[in-house]
Every structure is written in C-alpha cells, then in structure tokens.
Design a binder for this molecule. Structure first.
Ligand SMILES: [Zn+2]
Ligand SMILES: [Zn+2]
Length: 387
C-alpha cells in the first residue's frame, strides 16, 4: 500500500459517516463495521476481509484526532476535498506535497501504512500472533567433522559413516527446560506470546521481544538439571556421506543439506567434512598424479631395460628405460593416476633410483673390475676443480 492509495481514499465514506462526525460517532461506526466484517465471523469471505481491512485503515486515520486533522487539511488543500488525488500534483504554494510528513509527524520511525496495518492485524489476538511467530522457519546450523580414509579410497571415492553430534531438545525435559515432573508456566508479561507491544510514540506501536521470558513465552521456575533450563541437548546421528574420488589429505568437503536440520520447515544446514588420507606404503600423491619410486640396477640404467611397475589398481605396467638413464629420472605413465573431478585420470610418475649392491659375488666383482679398466682414465669430477 502506498501513500498515494491512502490519499485517494475517502475514509469518511468507508466508515459511512459525515466529514464532521464526532469522534464518538466515528468510533461507533468503526466498531459496528469491524464486527460485521471480521474474518472470524466470515471465514473464507475475501470481500468481507477486504472491507474489514478498509474499515481498519480508515479508522486508523480518522479515529485519531491528530491524524484526522492532518488528513482533513490535506483534503482541503486539494480543492474539492474529496476529489481524486493526482500523483505529482504540487500544493498550491508550489511546494511538492509530501505525504510522508503526515506519518512522519505522528508515526515516528517505522513509517508506511502497510506496516501499521500489519502490526494491527498481527496484534488482533494472541492466537494470531503466536501463529505468526512460531511459523518463522530457520535454517539448520552448519556442522564440521573430520574423517580418515584409506589412500585407495581417496583415489576411488568412498562412502563413509559419519557420527554427528547435533543440537536437539534435551531428552530429560523434552526441550521445556523445566525439571522433569514440573511444567514451565505461561509468561504473565506477554501471555505466552513472546512478544510485547512497545509504544514508539503516538498511536504507533512496534512489537519487541518480551524481556521477562526473552521471547520463549514460558517461564521456568524449577530448571531441568540436565540442561540447566536451556531445553537444549545433544543427539547423535549417523549419516552416510559420499567422499568423491580424488580427494586430497586435508581437503574440506561440503555436503549440502547434511548439516543440522532446519526448524519449522527451514532448510537443513551444510556439513563440512575435513578428510584425512592415510599414507600408502608404495604410492604417493602429487595433485592428480600418483608417484612411485622404483629401484633399477646399474646395468638396467646403463644398457636400457623394460621394467614392470605396480599400479594402484594392481595391474602392473611396463616402463621402457632407455640406455643411459640417470638415477632420479622420472617417467610418466598416462592415465594411471588419481581420478579428477571430471572423471578423467591423472598420471603415474615413475622415478627410477639406481641401486648399488651392498655385496658382490666373485664373478660380479671381476666384471665390475673389467668395467673399470674398460672406462679407465675418465674422472667424473674433473669439471668441479676448474682452476
Ligand atoms: Zn514473556
Ligand atoms: Zn533439560
């Protein structure tokens, strides 16, 4: 509802009284019409409801001495007094006519007529207000938890059972906060509504949380010893959570809607799972790639070889080592790494490490001696002593 609508209306006609009716007559007319059109007596009758609102709106203005005076002044200002208001029309003095002034003076903060009517209807009865208040839905809280999974499960993805402790009504007092066997009593200050009207000046009121019961509507004289009267407790629940393939150690995974349940139909919160990944005895991770270090002999590195390398899935792959491969060189085996988000796979990075035998047979010793003689005279470190 806008102020323009407000100015277009003939509140006297709505109430069926003359412009110079007495305050008592206006009140009498309003009561009669409000009773006749009250939604409680006309369930499902939209027309009656409309009339009821119009009557309440009219009485809100002309039933108040101060506002009625300003309303009358405004109507006079526009000539006939009852002609339709044209938006954008200036006052005779050429000043833009600001309807906000009318309410600004009388109403204080919180303004618009819609708010006023809203408060009025909300305040019509305790029952109405209670419904409005308790139907406010609230989103559930976010929860964070940690889980540890195996190395292979991190690569493939896994479904884990998570035990979550979340807020729930105290089991001993079933959420009332009162000692079992006793009952909380209805707050006398707000009559159980949890809200009370606070005057902010003039005929205008705002609802505020009841200070006596802090909005609960109930007062606990003998608090429940388990929850100290808060009515809150913890409950355990176990959920199944899917950890996606390719998760890394320390990664935080968001599971939408798996957090604490919402209240009054509100959505559930989210669950965050911090994933710890156990190390593997053979394989390591480097992003989407798997890593492995394999030993090779000197002759394999020097002469070249085809070596069998294990993969995480158990089927070995053959890696060709070219002749003259230095220790520490890394070879890439495509598609044998961790699964990426898009379903493709990273690579397996195979690093070779030349092993020196701790002991040699007589035959092997003779062969290495022969090798030394065959390569005699080459000093690998000569370049380090340039002088
Ligand atoms: Zn209260
Ligand atoms: Zn309790």
């Amino acid at each position: 509802m806008t102020n323009t609508d407000w100015a277009n209306k003939d509140f006297y006609r709505v109430l069926g009284v003359s412009k110079d009716a007495s305050a008592a007559d206006i009140k009498k007319a309003y009561r009669k019409l409000a009773r006749a059109n009250h939604p409680d007596s006309n369930p499902g009758n939209a027309a009656a409801e409309e009339r009821f609102k119009a009557v309440a709106e009219a009485y809100d203005v002309v039933g108040d001495e101060e506002k009625r005076k300003k309303y009358d002044e405004m109507r006079t200002l526009f000539g006939s007094g009852y002609g339709p208001f044209r938006p954008g029309t200036g006052s005779p003095e050429g000043q833009p006519f600001d309807l906000g002034d009318i309410f600004g003076g009388a109403g204080g903060p919180g303004g618009g007529l819609g708010d006023i009517l809203g408060g009025m209807f909300g305040g019509g009865g305790a029952g109405t207000r209670r419904t409005t208040r308790s139907s406010a839905s609230r989103r559930g809280a976010d929860i964070e938890t940690t889980t540890t999974i195996g190395f292979t499960d991190a690569i493939d993805g896994v479904t884990v059972s998570l035990r979550l402790a979340s807020e729930a009504p105290c089991p001993d007092c079933r959420g009332t906060g009162a000692r079992p066997g006793s009952m909380p009593r209805v707050c006398p200050e707000c009559e159980g509504v949890g809200m009370r009207a606070a005057s902010v000046g003039g005929a205008f009121t705002l609802n505020e949380t009841c200070p006596s019961c802090r909005g609960r509507g109930m007062i606990v004289d003998d608090p429940c010893p388990t929850c100290n009267g808060s009515g809150r407790g913890l409950s355990d629940r176990t959920i199944q959570a899917r950890i996606p393939a390719g998760v890394r150690d320390g990664q935080r995974i968001k599971l939408r809607g798996k957090g604490a349940p919402g209240e009054h139909g509100g959505p559930a919160g989210d669950l965050y799972v911090v994933v710890r990944v156990k190390p593997h005895p053979v394989f390591g991770r480097s992003g989407d790639n798997l890593t492995i270090t394999v030993p090779v002999s000197f002759d394999e590195a020097a002469l070249g070889a085809e070596i069998k390398v294990p993969t995480l899935l158990g089927v070995p792959v053959t890696v060709r080592i070219p002749a003259g491969t230095p220790s520490g060189r890394t070879f890439r085996v495509r598609g044998r790494g961790a699964t990426r988000k898009d379903g493709t796979k990273g690579d397996l990075l195979v690093t070779v490490e030349v092993q020196v035998p701790a002991a040699l047979s007589d035959e092997a010793r003779a062969a290495v001696q022969a090798y030394r003689e065959a390569t005699g005279g080459v000093d690998l470190r000569s370049g380090m002593f340039a002088s």
